[in-house]
Design a protein around this ligand. Structure first.
Ligand SMILES: Nc1ncnc2c1ncn2[C@@H]1O[C@H](COP(=O)(O)OP(=O)(O)OP(=O)(O)O)[C@@H](O)[C@H]1O
Ligand SMILES: [Mg+2]
Length: 446
């Protein structure tokens, strides 16, 4: 066999017993695509070896097992352990080649996937959370600790832009579910019924417009993490259904009869004070307790001014690398402005400002003129009855454009949110959410 496979272009490592196989896989960290093994070897059963490797979560490639005995119990065990194929001896060459081909294809796909997971995990490593303030140091420790356990639910609290989304990803990719999916949904972005069918899926004909059957986000997140962003915006009826799903670890699609088991970790995020929402009866207290097995509070920049410098430098480095720019100097007047600004949009706003400055500055100095923090008078967009015009020269950020568009629509509809939402082509709920996000007052002011 060895000669045959070498001729086919394989690199072959041949061992004669379990002990030497273990030595190769374990001590020498051999990572074969395919393992072809006799089931019964002189010093033991190779399924014991497979089981040991599995328990240690080692990448093991695809296993094809050969046996002369064809024992049923062993073949069942082999399949349970994830063996790829099971061939009875004597095996004819064509069958063996086919089995090897299939196993190779599957092992390659697996390897690609685990490389992707590894690179995503690297992208969301704990070191991405910048800061040395007491709070951030503590959060880094907590996050690392939590990531090592299989915690069922957790709530992230923090104002807009404080890093809730970032921490959720770090938690997922540092945890035992990293190889599973990370599925995200913004509870404020969809009205109640739509969100329900998004979360739980639906059967064909569940409601007008529900064409086929659809798998919900819970099912998609099975084995991984479901990230419920803006959880406080979920309506009470749906909160009850969510509670049931979390408690039973089972869901039912909308208009479906069948119960589907789900195994998901739920990370929720909110910029509201959930306890206060509970006290005001806008959030179910039983659901709150279910979801907040653990709570992490993310501080705003104003609460940790000592981190500003590190954040700025971190983002300058990040965008320098991305845009191939070489900003090396941050002048004193820039620091003064950055430090005296209040950062209502927190790290997100800071990151956007630094991105703009890095991209627009010429030469090695971060130029103060691109900062354009709200303290300086802003260029007003031009408007007429047909619409509104924004200069695309970096003087207005996308966030500010959104804010201006919302202000303008509200103004044109005398503060009527429903009508303003129509102008923007979004739902009333979404507009409400955004009005709050930008800290706007629906009353016209312009
Ligand atoms: N401590 C931090 N270190 C480095 N980057 C951070 C930190 N906190 C936030 N960021 C970055 O700031 C941006 C905004 O963070 P994120 O989207 O996680 O905020 P959020 O709390 O989810 O805000 P929102 O409530 O508006 O959704 C992201 O690009 C994120 O990577
Ligand atoms: Mg977010």
């Amino acid at each position: 066999m060895r000669r045959r496979f070498v001729k086919q272009g394989w690199e072959v490592i041949l061992v004669n017993d379990v002990r030497s196989a273990r030595h190769q896989l374990h001590d020498k960290l051999l990572r074969p695509l395919v393992v072809l093994a006799d089931m019964i070897l002189p010093d033991g059963n190779c399924l014991d070896l497979l089981e040991g490797l599995k328990q240690q979560n080692q990448p093991i490639g695809e296993w094809i097992l050969l046996t002369a005995y064809g024992s049923i119990s062993d073949s069942v065990r082999a399949l349970k352990l994830g063996a790829h194929d099971f061939l009875e001896k004597p095996v004819d060459d064509a069958r063996l080649d086919m089995a090897i081909q299939r196993a190779t294809r599957s092992a390659r796909a697996q390897r690609r996937l685990s490389n992707e997971v590894a690179s995503r995990a690297a992208r969301y490593g704990i070191e991405r959370l910048i800061g040395h303030s007491d709070r951030i140091v503590e959060i880094r420790q907590i996050v690392q600790q939590i990531a090592q356990t299989n915690i069922s639910a957790l709530v992230l609290r923090g104002d807009t832009g404080t890093g809730k989304g970032l921490v959720a990803r770090i938690l997922h990719y540092a945890g035992p579910r990293a190889a599973g999916p990370m599925v995200e949904v913004n509870c404020a972005a969809l009205p109640g019924e739509l969100l329900e069918s998004e979360l739980f899926g639906h059967e064909a004909g569940a409601f007008t417009g529900a064409k086929g059957r659809r798998e919900g986000l819970f099912e998609q997140a099975d084995g991984g993490t479901l990230f419920l962003d803006e959880i406080a915006e979920m309506d009470l009826a749906l909160q009850a259904k969510l509670l049931k799903a979390v408690e039973d670890r089972k869901i039912r699609r909308v208009a479906g009869n069948q119960e589907i088991n789900i195994d998901v970790q739920i990370i929720s995020a909110t910029n509201r004070d959930l306890e206060a929402e509970v006290a005001d009866k806008r959030f179910r207290s039983d659901l709150f307790h279910r979801l907040s097995v653990f709570q992490i509070e993310l501080p705003s920049i104003a609460d940790r001014p000592e981190d500003l410098e590190e954040l700025v430098k971190g983002f300058v480095d990040e965008f320098n690398e991305r845009a191939q720019t070489g900003i090396t100097h941050i002048p004193q007047d820039v620091w003064t402005q950055l430090k005296s600004y209040s950062w209502p949009g927190n790290v997100r706003e800071l990151r956007n400002v630094i991105e703009r400055c890095v991209l627009l500055s010429r030469g090695p100095t971060l130029e103060a003129r691109w900062l354009q923090l709200n303290t300086a008078p802003q260029r007003q967009p031009h408007r007429d009855e047909n619409g509104i015009f924004f200069p695309l020269d970096g003087s207005i950020s996308l966030d500010q454009m959104e804010r201006r568009l919302i202000e303008e629509s509200l103004f044109r509809q005398q503060g009527n949110v429903t009508k303003a939402a129509k102008l923007l082509g979004i739902s009333r709920q979404t507009l409400r959410y955004r009005i709050e996000k930008h800290g706007l007052d629906p009353e016209p002011k312009i």
